[in-house]
Design a protein around this ligand. Structure first.
Ligand code: S3P
Length: 183
């Protein structure tokens, strides 16, 4: 746990579904020797319900309230890689909470690649519509500015192998936290 006045050495990954937050985040944490935290996973653990069930039974606003509560509850963390749900950045209070946690990085990918990645599973309630591609396009358009507003650095993962993404993020974190040695 960090002292309250110490800067937080966390790396927080934001970005749309399918941009690689969880898979890149896990590898990044492994290489840095940091703990990996996935806020969607914390929501499932805390509520005991899958995300699709929370959306279906309580609705999106209730899900967002739970999501904001989770961010508040992890405010003490240090030396973690934190992967967030794609809609976490919608609320201003969440963007501020993420920035207070440390180095926020937005992962992006082309619409085509995101669609190929997310259409492989049905766990994402927001895309269970008649025209998921159109829904995705609309969500991307509204959220783009939020990702950029939340993040200090943006990494495009469209054609980037995970290992290269991890190396790029470690190089950036080294600058950001002034690490002169292996963290
Ligand atoms: C959401 C993204 C999901 C999950 C929920 C809502 C969103 O997380 O939090 O289904 O609003 O974009 P991933 O980005 O990890 O898929």
């Amino acid at each position: 746990m960090a002292h309250p006045e110490q800067p937080r050495e966390n790396i927080i990954l934001v970005g749309f579904m399918g941009t690689g937050k969880s898979s890149i985040g896990k590898q990044l944490a492994g290489q840095l020797g940091f703990q990996f935290i996935d806020t969607d996973r914390l929501i499932i653990e805390r509520t005991g319900a899958p995300i699709a069930t929370l959306f279906a039974e309580k609705g999106e606003e209730a899900f967002r309230d739970i999501e904001s509560g989770i961010l508040t509850s992890i405010g003490h963390l240090n030396r973690c890689v934190i992967s967030t749900g794609g809609g976490t950045v919608i609320r201003e209070e969440n963007r501020a909470a993420l920035r207070a946690l440390g180095f926020v990085v937005a992962l992006t990918a082309s619409e085509e690649v995101i669609f190929n990645r997310v259409s492989r599973n049905t766990k994402r309630p927001l895309l269970q519509t008649e025209n998921p591609r159109e829904t995705m396009r609309a969500l991307l358009a509204t959220r783009e500015t939020y990702y950029r507003e939340a993040a200090e650095f943006t990494l495009d993962t469209t054609t980037l192998p995970h290992a290269k993404a991890v190396a790029a993020l470690i190089a950036k974190a080294r600058e950001r936290f002034s690490w002169h040695h292996q963290p």
